[in-house]
Design a protein around this ligand. Structure first.
Ligand SMILES: [Zn+2]
Length: 345
């Protein structure tokens, strides 16, 4: 996918998760600069959650203005799902304070930059294809096994969006039909069995203290879901990131590969590999930058007017304010009207 992401400027990258939020500037080769991290407040007030993120963004922007690195001219955001209208409103399952929160518009107002928002795992998939472990691959799955479990799919060299931009929610593929209840309302979803909180609930200990058997079980369940995806979509590479997967390490990945090999019976699916993601803990921010870069590439290819509504064809809604930016065309007013008229708080 890397050919689609040619752009020699810097990007403001924002990653929003249920445990932490991070901000950095990301260079044209994926280098991070000025990285800042804040805890995600366990508040039910939308503004109380946004305030520390806004402070971190402002600090990073001030440093860039101060000449530490080049000034960014667009921003990209990876955020937990689900979301609507191609990222115009986010309702992360693990941030209850935000329901239909207009995150991109708020960050655009704060920074004066056009902001592209997408699901954090889809962002990771883009980042891994750009400068990570999926470079040169046209068909792969990237996933995160952490506080939640998410995924992004690249097929035929294109990131899959789906009708609402939510394609790739592998965390809600059922791996234990009679398993634990899930936050989505279902039962036995991968996220309900293999996420950090699920493991803590099962064992009564933090996930980081899980024993070898639990590490292997988690890997097996992830491998089970990946095997279904590999057969469904004819892809042979799954990259796995996230604190649970990477923390569990070799026992997790060996069990996952064993399960994939066991469950993938069709000739084309048999070579499927499941491996640690290439970008490590930089993945979410690099991915957020890739969201913006992909958005720019999509606009340069198609013209922004080609974006369908409400679902995106490339990456998510751009909300922007201020002067036009090099290479970014004019879709702003319609996007911003759409986001502010549909339930912002
Ligand atoms: Zn679920």
């Amino acid at each position: 996918m890397s050919d689609d992401l040619m752009y020699d400027g810097w990007v403001l990258a924002v990653d929003v998760g249920g445990t932490k939020m991070e901000v950095a500037l990301v260079g044209p080769d994926g280098t991070l600069s000025g990285r800042r991290r804040v805890d995600t407040p366990a508040s039910l007030d939308a503004e109380a959650v946004f305030a520390p993120l806004a402070a971190a963004v402002t600090m990073v922007m001030d440093e860039s203005v101060g000449g530490v690195v080049a000034m960014p001219d667009m921003g990209g955001v990876g955020c937990g799902g689900p979301m609507a209208a191609g990222g115009a409103h986010v309702s992360p399952l693990n941030i209850p304070a935000w329901r239909e929160f207009p995150l991109g518009e708020r960050l655009a107002d704060l920074t004066g930059l056009p902001m592209a928002v997408d699901n954090d795992a889809k962002a990771l998939a883009l980042g891994e294809g750009w400068v990570g472990g999926a470079q040169g691959s046209r068909d792969y799955l990237a996933m995160v096994v952490s506080t939640g479990v998410g995924g992004g799919v690249v097929l035929d060299g294109r990131l899959l969006d789906g009708s609402g931009g939510n394609a790739g929610h592998i965390g809600h593929v059922v791996v234990e039909p009679d398993g634990r209840p899930c936050a989505c309302g279902g039962r036995g979803c991968l996220e309900a069995e293999a996420s950090g909180p699920a493991i803590a609930a099962i064992t009564g200990r933090p996930a980081a203290e899980a024993d070898e058997a639990m590490r292997r079980r988690c890997g097996t369940l992830v491998g089970r879901a990946v095997a279904s995806v590999a057969s469904l979509l004819d892809l042979q590479l799954a990259l796995v990131a996230g604190s649970v997967a990477l923390g569990f390490g070799e026992p997790f990945f060996r069990a996952a590969q064993d399960e994939v090999s066991l469950r993938c019976g069709l000739e084309f699916a048999r070579p499927t590999r499941i491996v640690p993601a290439g970008l490590g803990d930089a993945g979410p921010l690099v991915g957020a930058a890739a969201v913006a870069r992909m958005r720019l590439a999509t606009e340069q290819t198609t013209g922004s007017d080609a974006l369908p509504s409400p679902a995106p064809s490339g990456v998510s809604t751009v909300a922007r304010v201020g002067a036009p930016v090099r290479g970014v065309t004019e879709s702003v007013s319609t996007d911003r009207e759409r986001s502010s008229s549909a339930g912002s708080r």
